[in-house]
Design a protein around this ligand. Sequence first.
Ligand SMILES: Cc1cc2nc3c(=O)[nH]c(=O)nc-3n(C[C@H](O)[C@H](O)[C@H](O)COP(=O)(O)OP(=O)(O)OC[C@H]3O[C@@H](n4cnc5c(N)ncnc54)[C@H](O)[C@@H]3O)c2cc1C
Length: 294
Amino acid sequence: MTIFKEAEFREIVTEREPLARHTWFRLGGPARYFIQPRNEKELASALARCRDNSVPIYVLGGGANLLIPDDGIDGAVVKLAGEFAETAIDEDGTVTAGAGVDMSKLNLRCVREGLAGMECLTGVPGSVGGGVKMNAGGAFGDIGNIIRRVKLMDATGTAFFAEKDDLVFAYRSTNINAKFILQATFDLTPDDPEEILKKVKEIWFFKKNSQPLNAKSAGCVFKNPRQLSAGALIDQAGLKGTEVGGAQVSEKHANFIIARLGAKSADVLKLIELVRQRVFERFGVQLELELEVW
Ligand SMILES: Cc1cc2nc3c(=O)[nH]c(=O)nc-3n(C[C@H](O)[C@H](O)[C@H](O)COP(=O)(O)OP(=O)(O)OC[C@H]3O[C@@H](n4cnc5c(N)ncnc54)[C@H](O)[C@@H]3O)c2cc1C
């Protein structure tokens, strides 16, 4: 029985939505409720309804860092849409993007506007919300370095701002504990669009040559430990190309697991455990997940 009977929810809630179509792995079963609120009011009402019915809430961005179980999610999966997928650029070049904005598109828009700083996110798929939550980035810089302010919403539906000084960004993590990131404002620097584009292209070619960008994956599966990169440890353990069912350790980048035709989330999970075990046996290093498993 649905808890979203009223007209106000009809346009934004679907039931038994297959989540595979919302993740970069293209894996995972259905969500009991899939909610796409278009503004804060709709989000707050949907949250209240879930809370009143003890339905757990999961926040989905672009699904580029997620593995969802084959039997799906017995809860409400919320993907911010409508106003949350809009960007505003002020006359002084201040960029404010909704959490649902696609990071790659925002990056290219900033190039066109002659605003530098976001090019470090070239080749990092996903949404602004997921990018902030994960402090996405890498060798070329992290999103945390260019954040001025974020708008957040707690689980009770109350929205508030957090400023740069309140925020801590670390390796693939932040101190943001609010349930929802609603929007982010960036500190970017005016520059020649040609120069920014040159950097974007350099980073893109570097990634294209070192990562399996045409395969279904969720980027790096493990965080890099202090000693050596996770990819180097997995490679040196002789695991490149190792398969479980339809999941395979990429031949191109050992920290990527790719999902081939017929793969199941369960295959990816088994392969993750196998890699962890072998790396521990060989090097005594416990690999920690960067990938989020729901
Ligand atoms: C080919 C490929 C290459 C990649 N390369 C990189 C890379 O170089 N560097 C890097 O850092 N990552 C990389 N990734 C991983 C991924 O792109 C990043 O982690 C990205 O930030 C995930 O964003 P998302 O919107 O897809 O988040 P999702 O995967 O949807 O979610 C990730 C986490 O963020 C939370 N979340 C999402 N939106 C919100 C929100 N609005 N409010 C609160 N929480 C939210 C989710 O609940 C979850 O905990 C790569 C992935 C792929 C597929």
